[in-house]
Design a protein around this ligand. Sequence first.
Ligand code: BG6
Length: 478
Amino acid sequence: MAFPNGFLWGGAFAANQVEGAFDAGGKGLSTADIFPRGDRKSGGVFYRTYKQILEASADKDDRKYPKRRGIDFYHRYKEDIALFAQMGFKALRFSFSWSRIFPQGDEETPNQEGLRFYRDMIDELKRYGITPIITLSHFEMPLHLVLKYNGWTDRRVIEYYLRYAKTMVDEFHDDIRYWITFNEIDATLHIPLIGAGMVIEKTEDPEKAKYQALHHQFVASSLLTKYVHQTYPDLKVGCMSTKNLKYPATCKPEDCMQWLYETQMDAACTDVQVFGEYPYVWKKMWEEKGNGPLISEEDRRVMKENTVDFVSFSYYASLVTSAEGSQKEKTSANLLVGEKNPYLKQTPWGWQIDPVGLRFSLNQMYDRYKLPMFVAENGLGTLDVLENGTVNDEYRIDYLRSHIGEMKKAIDDGVPVFGYTYWGCIDCISASTSEMSKRYGFIYVDQDDEGNGTLKRYPKKSFDWYRKVIASNGEDLR
Ligand code: BG6
């Protein structure tokens, strides 16, 4: 079986990694604007103390904080969208910057200039017939909400998010069918400042506070889903989590038991948004550790009655787990660290490349959720060299060929996948390390880690390869 007609081939990125213009058009500072650069050896920068956040917010030097400048998509979106159209994109998954619309987060009315920017950008996408797929909150929130409320730990943030999200849905419901309420909602548990605007030192019990912040996001997501379903019944709302695929190290029953437990824990966020209730593994953990969130009866009802229409996820790499994990060699995979798999190669950032894992994940998740599936992120972040005006990125083509091939097998297995948006379709600032040199794109952007460069765009070899894939609706993977 081939890919279904109307399959949404395209690319993805987040506002804070591409737009730049961090203080233009009335935008307020966001959590993304306060992270300095990490690197491949020392890893991502995920934590900041309250003092560091205050210092960064008073610091006007945008060189120190790469996401403030992004790749200047804010001023170059027409050129970039024209390049996506040349590749034949059917869809672009991107996020709105919350602090471009509500600069502080708790004001009553939106910033019209921010709305105008997205209106113009969406009109440009429409001109080329590219379907926008929106993420309302992708690793950033107005910094004021962090400083005043400690982010999502405070229940009042539900109201502010809903004000922002409803503003966007009301404004763009005619043009946008697919809405994702939160990017990688599970990130709150791993990187709480990025995922939930939560400063650890400002909480009494960090573990409890993380679950509380997550609970508030689940409630907000359900309340928005309710609003969308009641007001615009044709629109679809989806959840989005990191697919942290793991394999058991051996067939030893203890290893398989450990694998089962971690797999259930990793599925929990999507479980909540699809089934409308918390899984027993979390309830049991909260009971034992006493770190469960406060949940009202009304919250339970709202969550149960307003579940999502589709399931989306990011998938980059897989890991291994075992009962004696602590003694094994470790590597990272997006938000997690786990054991290495001797059968897989890895990127320079240690992410293990596992195309079969995409087929595995699609089957595993569809088997559990029985909802339409969307691959919101997948991609290869690595070092590229620009030579003679292009990048000979055969390695990226290999990555794509094998992953798209496995996705096709999953569709043949019977999984209803309706779209695939390759992550970082144009080189952008890395979420974890804020590096520019961790490149994913089909389009090279001339900018280095220090922010030097012309910002000129150069199609890589993969650009033409992906164009052929889209033109043949996934048939031509040569
Ligand atoms: C996902 C995020 O976790 O992974 C993206 O949703 C991110 O924002 C992507 O960019 C790749 O991670 P990184 O750290 O390589 O940019």
